[in-house]
Design a binder for this molecule. Sequence first.
Ligand code: PLP
Ligand code: COI
Length: 341
Amino acid sequence: MEKKNIDWSNLGFGYIQTDMRFVSNYKDGAWDEGALTEDATVVISECAGVLQYAQTIFEGMKAYTTEDGHIVVFRPDLNASRMADSARRLEMPVYPEDKFVEAVVKTVEANASYVPPYGSGASLYLRPYMFGSNPVIGVKPADEYQFRVFATPVGPYFKGGVKPLTLKVSDFDRAAPCGTGHIKAGLNYAMSLHAIVTAHEEGYDENMYLDASTRTKVEETGGANFLFVTKDNKVVTPKSDSILPSITRRSLMYVAKEYLGLEVEEREVYIDEVKDFAECGLCGTAAVISPVGKIVNHGEEICFPSGMEKMGPITQKLYDTLTGIQMGRIEAPEGWIKVIC
Ligand code: PLP
Ligand code: COI
């Protein structure tokens, strides 16, 4: 299979239209079989539930070319189950988890020429999503839905690649207690847009959100969970019911414990103790692990000893091991890698 003529090593995190996408419709209480299509447009009613009341959820995952030339996807079963959780919370019909994985496989196979080559640093980002498609004017869930999966080749999420980031402790909240922060609903990201634009205008790369009720505990950023490393090399991640259960973070905690023999801890992390950590990173599908060099909390600068030039040593080991597993250089735990072809 011939690869597309794309400058893989210089890709940013943007949308490039690929050849095929998967579409399935829900009507009269059932999902249809679904199929691949060349049509990249969506035509829906002006009054569709998604347009009026933001009834939409999504997932994000990546396909890679491994060292030995296979195309693989990382833990798609976990994306399927998280999307099912998101659907239940927004009163949407669950897209069956096995069908979700099948749809992802079909989309990758159909766009195999867009999967970046091994060693390019790029990957094929997959975006499964679902939305209420029929007219809804009183506030209630839609009766009809569309599930789609598209693919787009991407490079690093943050412009500087792996250069340490500067974050701002945000005065805005991302998610409320008992709200929707733990699911992947479009509305959470709409909520974060003003905060991210403001942070960028002020020269920051991202926001650190605190818990909405006390503003004392670390939650996450707009698109990634936090990992911290203590001065005695323990890996710590915030525990909260209002953050997204990141698949990357769960995988990294496993890697830290089982591959690197480090102590790991998921617990509440107070903003006041962040200054005592040795390293900080953002983890997610798009972010992989992006190191954080500095966090500014209302004028107080928290500078991590790892500095502004490179990743801290534990963050680097976590990054190398996770990407090694994803690219087939390091043996993966059972069930982590779905081989497509
Ligand atoms: N937190 C938020 C708010 C996200 O949007 C994402 C991205 O999906 C993550 C965390 C990381 O999750 P994952 O590692 O499953 O991609
Ligand atoms: C992902 O990491 O897949 C996400 O959905 C994050 C998004 C902000 C790009």
